[in-house]
Design a protein around this ligand. Structure first.
Ligand SMILES: C[S@@+](CC[C@H](N)C(=O)[O-])C[C@H]1O[C@@H](n2cnc3c(N)ncnc32)[C@H](O)[C@@H]1O
Length: 695
């Protein structure tokens, strides 16, 4: 695991000084950035005054541009070290229709506006100013109200928009965003998501518009990790889901997760790991004090923050209300110390650090020829080969036939034989012409007469004699996805009637998962085919929603095959097709982004290897799990049934998977009783159209 980096900022509850002075102070105390409100209390006061006035006066006040005195952020200097904070007091879902009406529904205030034709972007935003896209000119509609229309060129429009907007809460929000955009701030923290009720629909619409209209790289929504005042422990998460959906899963929409002193249960913490957390907000009140008087976090908080630092390096220390002179330098130092604390890392963790949530296309060792570097990566795993060697220990005295790569399994079988003072004859077979060169050299220099190396495909190769033991390692992250069943079926005729296959069986497992990060990464690959392609990936920003269940298995030697079968795999592969359906109870309301796939294998009798989370072979890193994505995530209520459907299908030239997920839940009907609802995703990868494995 690389050293965790931490970028610590500070969020003053109120700024009473020039922002540049504050930035200097922050530099001195070691902060990397400052989260600063865009406008200040003077502006708030002006807006509050405006609401008490009559129509004309009100509009005059709210149309006035920001005066420099009303802004904390006045210049574009240092905007790269600033995160803007829009006014929390702007209630985007104000019950008072006057507030919202004045702010947004310009058309109703100004009936002729709705009669205008050809509104461009700015008009659609609800500004009184509108771009007439046809004439390429700017119309100050409010001036038109006063029968005093000004026509301005579109070039000056952006600068002028700040001057002509109508006010009110929504207007405040837009006005601040526009100003922040003008001075070049790239990240904005928008008002907190209302977690007490579902009264945030207009807020969601405004966020959606902001994502659409402004060039900000990111909008961070303040969300509490848990709202302990709400009866529903998932209320904050559910509202966040709704917001995400309304914003059509925009990847620019991210979370500033506020961690308070009381933490929720683990299952309600882990649901956030699947979400795009961009920033961790730690109010100073979340810290406790150690005996020397320095601020520290409790152990559970430390664990949580360290876990979250794997997703983001941004931490904001938020000064509590009324703590204007609070010195957050020591809080920041503690966070840096926490980020640097190294756990003892296992070899698995060291190896895995660079692979977390990194999507890889599954290997196709049958259709493609692997590269030397890929074999070198396999060979770094000590555990896999130890397990094979353990197995050889009991069966080595017979002729061995091995499918080899660069030969690590051959080495292990010879080792085991030597330790047990037994003689084995090894035939090593490889179909990769390049790996075959390496094998030949190894035979000449190391193995000598103990091993004979052959070049060929096990499905068609003619052996000098039949083997007692057939050793292979053709397993993929989902067990059968590198076509071990087809290859070993083809090779079964190389085995004596009482011969042994290592592995003797392997099984595949599935579980539903939630991960916005993985979903966004598939989206970023551009193109619908990627949503119909499984990926090998080491899960990190993932919430696993259930213990994986077995979907199917394969056994070798395969009792279904005729003993004299020759090239069976090519003639009829029907016996290797599968369909499995599994049912999972969703433990909490969750957004399902796809399926996690795993496998375990019995090498022989009690010797097994596994990548399933509950039974993972310690220290083994040859395989990461597989991810079957969904084109559109599905929201599943707590307690609902998630039914997975997976097919393994085959033609003469390829094997592929198809998948879909159905959900079943009870829904109240208009008579107050419950009816069962069932929904389903489309079937993914029909006919192997997007992803297949070549035979
Ligand atoms: C996953 S690699 C494992 C290699 C080696 N056992 C190891 O652990 O490093 C599978 C190897 O089997 C070879 N292979 C796959 N299908 C084969 C086939 N039908 N006949 C012969 N070799 C095959 C591949 O070229 C590759 O070298």
């Amino acid at each position: 695991m690389p050293e965790l980096t931490v970028t610590v900022g500070v969020s003053p509850y109120q700024l009473d000084r020039e922002i540049l002075i504050k930035l200097d102070q922050c530099d001195e105390s070691g902060h990397d950035f400052v989260v600063a409100p865009i406008s200040n209390p003077l502006f708030r006061q002006k807006m509050a005054d405006a609401l008490t006035k009559g129509f004309e006066d009100r509009n005059q006040l709210i149309q006035a541009p920001f005066s420099p005195q009303e802004l904390y952020l006045r210049t574009s200097d240092s905007s790269d070290r600033l995160v803007g904070l829009t006014a929390e007091w702007a209630n985007l879902d104000a019950k008072d229709p006057a507030e919202r009406y004045m702010a947004e529904k310009v058309g109703e205030y100004h009936p002729y506006l709705s009669a205008q034709k050809g509104y461009g972007k700015y008009g659609e935003r609800g500004f009184t100013g509108a771009v007439n896209v046809q004439s390429n000119s700017f119309v100050d509609v409010h001036s038109k109200v006063n029968e005093n229309a000004h026509r301005l060129t579109v070039e000056t429009c952006a600068a002028l928009l700040a001057l002509v907007m109508v006010g009110g809460c929504l207007q405040v929000f837009e006005k601040e965003l526009l100003w922040a955009s003008y001075i070049g701030i790239s990240a904005i923290i928008v008002p907190s998501l209302n977690t007490h009720s579902t009264q945030f629909i207009n807020y969601a619409r405004m966020i959606c518009r902001a994502l659409n209209d402004y060039a900000f790289h990111q909008l961070w929504v303040r969300v509490p990790l848990d709202d302990l005042t709400s009866g529903d422990k998932q209320q904050a998460w559910k509202n966040w889901m709704l917001l995400k959906q309304m914003c059509d899963y925009s990847s620019k929409l991210q979370i500033a997760l506020v961690i308070k002193s009381k933490l929720p249960d683990q299952e309600y913490i882990s649901q956030w790991f699947a979400e795009p957390i961009k920033c961790i907000v730690l109010p100073t009140t979340t810290f406790t004090t150690n005996p020397k008087g320095y601020p520290v976090l409790s152990k559970p908080h430390q664990n949580l923050v360290r876990r979250l630092l794997q997703f983001t390096s941004y931490v904001v220390i938020e000064e509590a209300e009324g703590e204007l002179t609070c010195d957050t330098g020591n809080h920041q130092k503690f966070l840096r110390y926490l980020a640097q604390m190294q756990d003892d890392m296992s070899s698995l963790e060291k190896f895995a650090a660079g692979y977390k949530d990194y999507l890889q296309s599954p290997l196709q060792p049958l259709m493609d020829h692997l590269e030397s570097a890929t074999y070198a990566t396999f060979e770094q795993d000590p555990i896999k080969y130890q397990l094979y060697e353990k197995r050889f220990w009991t069966v080595f005295q017979r002729t061995t036939n091995s499918h080899t790569g660069r030969g690590p399994l051959v080495d292990r079988s010879l080792n085991a034989a030597k330790l047990a003072c037994r003689k084995v004859k090894v035939y090593a077979l490889e179909k990769n012409p390049n790996a075959y060169v390496t094998l030949q050299r190894k035979m000449e220099s190391v193995w000598k007469d103990d091993v004979t190396v052959f070049f060929g495909d096990m499905r068609f190769w003619q052996p000098p004699e039949k083997a007692d033991i057939l050793v292979s390692e053709l397993l993929g992250s989902f067990g059968d996805n590198e076509l071990s069943p087809e290859c070993l079926d083809g090779a079964q005729r190389l085995l004596k009637d009482d011969g042994i296959s290592i592995p003797s069986s392997y099984s595949s497992y599935l579980a539903p998962l939630s991960s916005t990060k993985l979903y966004n990464q598939v989206t970023a690959l551009n193109g619908p085919a990627h949503f119909e392609t499984p990926f090998v990936v080491l899960f990190d920003a993932v919430d696993s929603l259930a213990t994986p269940q077995k979907v199917w298995d394969f056994v070798h030697p395969n009792p279904q095959l005729p003993t004299d079968a020759h090239s069976v795999a090519r003639v009829d592969n029907h016996h290797n097709t599968r369909y499995a359906t599994n049912r999972f109870t969703c433990p909490k309301t969750a957004l399902v982004h796809g399926l996690a796939g795993y496998f375990d294998a019995v090498l022989y009798k009690s010797i097994t290897l596994s990548i399933c989370p509950e039974t993972h072979t310690p220290g083994m890193f040859s395989w990461f799990p597989i991810y079957f994505p969904l084109k559109k995530p599905i929201l599943v209520p707590s307690g609902a049934i998630i039914e997975t459907h997976l097919w393994r299908l085959s033609s003469f030239s390829k094997v592929w998977y198809e998948w879909s997920i159905s959900t079943e839940f009870a829904s109240a009907n208009e008579h107050g009783s419950h009816t069962d609802m069932k929904t389903s995703t489309p079937v993914h990868n029909l006919n192997g159209s997007s992803y297949w494995i070549g035979l």
